[in-house]
Design a protein around this ligand. Structure first.
Ligand code: PAF
Length: 282
């Protein structure tokens, strides 16, 4: 595996692979865990060569502390990737990704209004910053397939939107949420939990997994209240929101008849760590 730390190194690494049939890209912010590895193994299986990017993107953090404390573990990331069969690890400098100036990108993306709900208003600028880095990665790597996890459900919908809108010639591959044996959705932020919080965190999935059987028997508001109350019974956890949304538009619903595909999404604090999760209801 070649580790490319500049765009020149990346171009040389890509050239050294010769003619590649299907090129796969798995964008990450590093701090790799089994969830990433599930995506990466799938990409390696389905593509002829795979690039993993490892870049903590400053423009998608609306909270400075979150950016500063985000785990950065390039050495252990590269040792996890080597045996999986990844060809190039792209770990660029900020200036490579933001030629307008380190961390500066004035591009504003049409996100189809999908950023108006859920995480959007709660993390102002997050999705535009994410679109800046993801499009930049697409422009640099030019993958045929790019792999993203459904844990970031709204992010995935937004990426699918701008890929189609901007006519990127690539296929987005949706990968199901990877969970620990105790049900907790795998996330780099889990590493920031105290042992006591880590023990409590699986309660989020335990609570949301009860929701699918409530559909139709209870109103949307009643399900939201029941799941919120259930999560909050754990003294280590505090819901920021539980929403039931149209899985296509991301718009919160008030009635089951308002959409054909319905998802429950939530953000929960194990302070100061913020965890997100989701589950399909219909
Ligand atoms: O999901 C993530 O880890 C990030 O948002 C991504 C897609 C790597 C862009 O920085």
């Amino acid at each position: 595996m070649i580790i490319a730390k500049t765009l020149e190194e990346f171009d040389a690494a890509l050239k050294s692979l010769g003619k590649v049939g299907k090129l796969g890209l798995v964008p990450t912010m590093g701090a790799l865990h089994e969830g990433h590895l599930t995506l990466i193994r799938r990409a390696v299986e389905e593509c002829d060569a795979v690039v993993v990017s490892d870049f903590v993107n400053p423009t998608q953090f609306n909270n400075k502390d979150d950016f500063n404390t985000y785990p950065r573990t390039l050495d252990s990331d590269s040792s996890l990737l080597e045996p999986v069969g990844v060809k190039i690890l792209l770990a660029p400098r900020v200036i490579d990704m933001y030629p307008e100036g380190a961390g500066i990108d004035t591009r504003v993306f049409d996100l189809g209004g999908l950023d108006q709900y859920g995480e959007g208003p709660r993390r102002p600028g997050h999705f535009n910053g994410m679109a800046q880095i993801v499009t930049r990665l697409f422009d640099i790597v030019k993958p045929d397939f790019a792999y993203f996890g459904e844990k970031d459900f709204q992010q995935l919908a937004i990426i699918e939107y701008f890929v189609e809108n901007l006519r990127y010639p690539l296929t987005i591959v949706r990968c199901p949420i990877a969970r620990g044996e105790d049900g907790l959705a795998l996330s780099s932020r889990n590493a920031l939990l105290t042992p006591e919080q880590r023990k409590s965190a699986p309660h989020i999935y335990e609570a949301i997994s009860k929701a699918p059987s409530m559909v139709g028997k209870m109103s949307v508001a009643e399900v939201i209240n029941a799941v919120t109350a259930d999560i909050n019974t754990n003294p280590m956890l505090e819901t920021e929101y539980v929403e039931i949304i149209d899985a296509r538009t991301m718009k919160p619903l008030t009635d089951w008849s308002q959409a054909g595909n319905i998802q429950l999404t939530c953000a929960v604090y194990a302070r100061p760590v913020r965890l997100i999760d989701n589950i399909k209801l219909k």
